[in-house]
Ligand binder design. Sequence first.
Ligand SMILES: [Zn+2]
Length: 160
Amino acid sequence: MPRSKQMDMSIILDLRQNFSQPLTAEHAIDSKMLTSVENSLLKGGSLTATITAQQAPKGLKLTIATHGKALVECDRCLEDMEVDIDTCNELTILSADHYEDADDVIYVEQGRKELDLWPFVYDFIALAIPLTHSHPEGQCNPEMESRLSQYMVQQEEPEE
Ligand SMILES: [Zn+2]
């Protein structure tokens, strides 16, 4: 679970609302938020998270969709590159006294007033970044690329 360095970086869901009808809220996510997470692999970006909450027979069902662009370091030239983000995930909020071993469930104690969804939203965005990512062929920073490839060649030389 990523931890925010600053307290104001949050997406608060008020659990005291009436969720008998689906409630949808949009949240803007900026570079400041994306880089606030410790050891964030994201260098910035601009996204929208659309969160819909509705009471289900079992718990409160959340649908979290994120859309926008995130900046990450290119594997080849180490400069920033944009990645299109388009995710949709579901989570269920259950009372802690109904604990059972299940995935995609957030347990909250009885009487909890609000919940910060930002750590979950951040995870969904970070998980959408491909394991390897680089600029399209020929679009890397040529100077950086040649400097790095020289470095790699030097590294590969056998020790004397
Ligand atoms: Zn590159």
